[in-house]
Design a protein around this ligand. Sequence first.
Ligand code: AMP
Ligand code: ZN
Length: 490
Amino acid sequence: MIDAPAPVSDSGAPLYLFNSLTRALEIFQPVHPGEARVYSCGPTVYNYQHIGNMRAYVFADTLGRTLSFKGYHLRHIINITDVGHLTSDADAGDDKMEKAAASLGKSAWDIAAFYTAEFKRDLAWLGVRGPAKWTVATDYVPRMIDFAKRIADTHCYELESGLYFDVSTVADYGRLARAVTDEGEGRIDEVEGKRHAADFAIWRKTPAGETRQMEWDSPWGRGAPGWHLECSVMGEAELGMPFDIHTGGIDHREIHHPNEIAQNQAYRGCGGLDHAEHSGARLWMHNNFLIDRGGKMSKSAGEFLRLQLLFDRGFHPLAYRLMCLQAHYRSELEFSWEGLAAALTRLKRLVMAVAPLRDIEASTITDKRLTDLLAKFDAAVSDDLNTAVALTVIEEAAAMKKIDTAQKRAAIAKMDAVLGLDLLTIARADLRLRPKGAAIKDTAIEAMLVRRKEARAAKDFATSDALRDELIAVGVEVMDGDPLGWEWRL
Ligand code: AMP
Ligand code: ZN
């Protein structure tokens, strides 16, 4: 833990965040007073994103929202990787974009445009706020070449297949991963002639006699940039170095981010990583994985867990967001449909509890019970984004009785600005999604339920049971005695 002066935040609690580089909780202190500059590694747009990937953006968004809540002016960048990410981490294999283009018979550019749009749609459904800027890797290739030129002589060497970074030329290579050079986890020296197993491609030459759809001229031949180079360049270009926080999924802690860090040290002529800023960012933060024991997170398997599948099964995406918030971002989260159903129920309860506040104008919060709750909420999110506790606090606020509703609304709005559950806009009915393939119309269900009620009132249980069976047969669950007052569910 680092001793630090009080942060500039007007909000009470100091903001503690876990730095993967030091493996410690640290008090957030912005590089530029009052500002928070955050870079999040974005998707490779060769396919849909699965909901595990989306956990990474829900996390980055929660971080961004928390920084805003704490009073910092947020500048958040998410990149779109539309070139350079290979199917193997060891600089071998195909570019994911070119491979998808070949298998789908479309241009790599069209594929990138299509999946970028799908990704942004999913983000919007999940209540993830758009970044200040989307940086698209192919827009930055000239800058990548300039960056590579600056480090080529001192830190790189050329092989037949491209320009490679020599990891022995920077101090503390691999510290983020806690891996030793040459013995890094999963490092396979797949490229002939590399000096160290961990050396990585800065520029990959197009093999003689081949052409790629995405390729550019460079001092090292026609080809494409390495994936790690892209993020270093976009981060530097948009946020300046050092910036405040770099985020990504925990897999990036092992190879992608250590390599970005090495490049940044080289580019900036920095020493070792005892000074976190030499890495290019003050904090490196990583979300843990969403795991699915059913194996549906693999994009290569037929049906995989993407947001559309949740829709198809009748689950509102915000139930998934809430499911993410129930876990700490640094813990693994196991996906299950039961867990998602429980999250949806929890969301419905919250939406119903705050529904009476929807049309009320917010006012200044002076009631001590509310200011105390807000302080509790602040303490939770300031404790390395403890959203699990924050959720219980907003529930406590939502359940408060005999309280000025205008103030209550203001408090709920403040908390929900961090949680992003859209509680004061969304209606209970919005959360009831029609699963794909459900043939029966809502009006028909309601009519059958009226008949069933009449039958029950007349103690004609045979008819009432028959109606219930009929409904079950078409996929409608009759929910007698549901605490939320839902009479049926598809
Ligand atoms: P990619 O498109 O493979 O670069 O992944 C996009 C983001 O999702 C990266 O930050 C990954 O680290 C993250 N990610 C990948 N799989 C998962 C998962 N199962 N759970 C959480 N985050 C993931
Ligand atoms: Zn990246």
